[in-house]
Design a protein around this ligand. Structure first.
Ligand code: SF4
Length: 371
């Protein structure tokens, strides 16, 4: 049995076998990934969400070289949104049928823990059925440093105040050598896993993500995938609550200090890595493709590579606009984006849910955020 047959049969691939996938041609990888996707989820269904990214502050002290979003607090266009401004954005979302926000910002030392707790209480008080996935591991680490409190306690308080889940942001490539080159102050691999583990222990929704194009090799991409797989095993076994989905993006270097210094990744490379992820992450049911500006620049995907779920990709978003995205608020895009990845599937509006030890079985659910 060769390595692709083994993956399609549902057998776990070793590190050497995952590494060997990078030398195989895309059509073979894509066909195998599609086979696996058909076995793990309903072949007829691809799900999407109508949700919205809200970036509550762009003030950040981490200063990642790949980030076009952050500002120092003294820059003219530095901002922190007020609660009312955030609520207005939620109202706009409700008007088009969405009830979930993904809220992330910079690591802003001017915002105490009470600011976050009060914000969550305010939003849940005003929108009781709002689903809030917010504050990446980097922001939680920032709160640990600011308050001297442990992530477990901070997350528990945030959950009590209304937090439903944590975005998968900040993962990029979970290999410290890669992270140190791109962003020396960025959250380290061990801290990312520690904080995600604390969120999973509390039953919060979490997403696994990956960004390629920093100049990392296939060994580092393999290490990232196998690290996520090991965490998924751990979380499902200990808490019955693992990552709901896996999302992959390519590095966008426009307007960043990495322009000309990092190679980025081609669409072909993206599709190969996505297919390899589907084959390597045997304990994940759902894969989320990117929306604009990424997907809109690519030709129609030549064959399916495993995605089953899509977040709403088309809302205005500061990062997206700065990277050349349209920012057009058209929830209809979510439906068409979802089906463009899996032609012939029926798009169904999903609800974000956590992965449980009962997965994977065919079920339309769980879509997740953009980076
Ligand atoms: S990626 Fe996040 S942590 Fe890094 S500079 Fe940008 S906002 Fe700050």
């Amino acid at each position: 049995m060769d390595v692709l047959e083994k993956a399609v049969a549902g057998e776990r691939l070793s590190e050497a076998e995952v590494l060997s996938l990078f030398d195989l041609p895309l059509p073979e990888l894509a066909a195998a990934a599609h086979e696996v996707r058909l076995k793990k989820t309903d072949p007829e269904v691809v799900t999407f969400l109508i949700d919205r990214n809200i970036n509550y502050t762009n003030v950040c002290t981490v200063a990642c070289a790949f980030c076009a979003f952050y500002r120092t607090k003294r820059q003219k266009d530095a901002y922190t949104l007020g609660y009312e401004e955030i609520a207005q954005k939620v109202e706009e979302l409700y008007r088009v049928g969405g009830k979930r926000i993904l809220m992330q910002g910079g690591v802003n030392p001017e915002l105490p823990l009470e600011w976050y707790l009060d914000l969550l209480r305010y939003l849940k008080g005003r929108f009781p059925d709002l689903r809030i996935d917010a504050f990446s591991p980097e922001e939680i680490l920032g709160l640990e440093r600011l308050t001297g409190l442990k992530a477990e306690y901070i997350l528990e308080k945030l959950k009590e105040a209304g937090l439903d889940g944590m975005p998968g942001a900040g993962a990029e490539i979970l290999v410290d050598e890669v992270r140190l080159k791109a962003a020396p102050a960025r959250i380290r691999t061990a801290d990312w896993y520690r904080i995600v583990d604390a969120a999973q222990a509390l039953g919060l929704y979490t997403l696994a993500s990956m960004v390629i194009g920093f100049g990392e090799g296939k060994g580092e991409r393999t290490a990232h995938l196998l690290g996520l797989r090991a965490q998924q095993d751990r979380a499902l076994e200990r808490y019955g609550n693992g990552f709901a989905a896996f999302a992959l993006w390519t590095l966008q270097v426009e307007h960043t200090r990495l322009k000309g210094k990092a190679p980025g990744a081609t669409a072909h490379e993206y599709l190969k890595t996505l297919a390899i992820a589907r084959l390597a992450l045997d304990n994940f049911a759902h894969f989320q493709p990117p929306g604009p500006p990424w997907a809109s620049r690519w030709p129609r995907r030549p064959s399916t590579t495993g995605p089953t779920t899509s977040g709403a990709p088309c809302w205005r978003k500061t990062w997206s606009r700065r990277r050349g995205g349209t920012g057009a608020p058209t929830p209809r895009c979510a439906r068409s984006c979802a089906t463009s990845w899996t032609p012939g599937s029926s798009p169904q509006k999903g609800t974000p849910s956590t992965a449980s030890s009962a997965t994977p079985t065919p079920r339309p659910s769980s879509a997740s955020p953009s980076p």
